[in-house]
Write a protein that binds this ligand. Sequence first.
Ligand code: ARG
Length: 474
Amino acid sequence: MSEKLWGGRFSKTTDEMINEFQASIQFDRRMYREDIAGSLAHAAMLAKVGILSEEDRAAIDKGLHDILTQIERGAFEFSVELEDIHMNIEKRLTDAIGEAGSRLHTARSRNDQVALDTHMFVRRSVVEVLSHIAELQHALVESAHANKDVIMPGYTHLQRAQPILFAHHLMAYFGMLTRDFERFQGVYARTDIMPLGAGALAGTTLPIDRAFVAQKLNFERIYTNSMDAVSDRDYILEFLSAASILMVHLSRLSEEIILWCSREFSFVELDDAHCTGSSMMPQKKNPDVSELVRGKTGRVVGHLMAMLTAVKGLPLAYNKDLQEDKEGLFDAIDTVKFSLSVYAQLIRGMKVRADIMRHAVEADFSNATDLADYLVRKGMPFRQAHSVSGQVVALCIERGIWLLDLPLADYQKLSNLFADDVYEAIRPETCVAGRNSYGGTSYEQAAMQLAAAEELMAEEQRILSALETKQQIL
Ligand code: ARG
């Protein structure tokens, strides 16, 4: 006899290979806590509306808690024959407590059950991701503070462009992560909808109380359409989209760190504990963490594409295709969480070579815009100032010197607006301090950004602890 819970209308047992192929227990066992919490809430509701006796409910309660303990002790044997986490737990419960267990699935389908579990799992994972984002933001702010006077070249086209503060550069990533935090909050809001009670697709004839379940499991809203409830995977698509954008941010940061670590730049030095060597070349110290994060970005983006493709063209309501939603999702969750926490460590251990950055600014023409702005302040139209400064640069290149080295007499041959104060105007510190427009790289603006960041991080912590409390469902 098959141990299948749906075996009634079948005269043959499932082919062994098909069993293996269609099972999801290999991966959906990760949702055992959500599955148990969902069943406890469902049973409580069934008892409340009088479908289940108090006695049966108590037996179910105890049975489910025993199963929880067994799973957490590693003593629960999962069976592929029983397909998924839902039937593994239900079957074990019925084996343990008898008839009461077989009443648990009243007014419920695995279609709304799996939707419930996955919503709760994603919700919890979003909160974990949020806390890892906040942690990396902290690390960035710490480094920006510790290096708040460090000047480096800012780049466009990977060519030195204008002097900037290293802190300003780092805080650009802080801004990206702030949007990531907001995006994941949005994912949370649209995941926080309770699907249970949709049944297989059309609701149920039994007098259930969906609001009661929602309240027990801390859901803000309830799906208002049962077909939408069991077919909706938008929250997974949104999670994967937000995760992909986040990974793209980390990948861009990775690319910069990899460049900065190269001998050619030497702007930063990573902690030995965060790098690896080469099995052949004794001198090597490789930025593997950054390379891996850059590489793993492809994986997460791939999961998003896979899921979009899986959902596209699916008729309502549940189709087994939807079981494909989990592996990519779980992998994306793990990848994002791991990458973020590794990155926070990496940034904390990263030494900034202020001397080398400073030299890169000096041995360069990145102060040429400031030379043009100097002439503008003396009354010259910008287009003309741009051209004169270009001529100064050309002259310096010809002589193999930098703007600060050119004698005043030569400056004055190109414009009589040049005076002694030109040298002060094009010192790297002056260039940086002068860019004091809102959001610019000046010391003053950077200090404002850092102060605003502190406030924002405090607010994020408040949001986080409120969300963390809502995850206590067991
Ligand atoms: N393991 C299934 C999934 O992940 C659960 C739902 C199965 N429902 C069904 N009617 N076969 O989607």
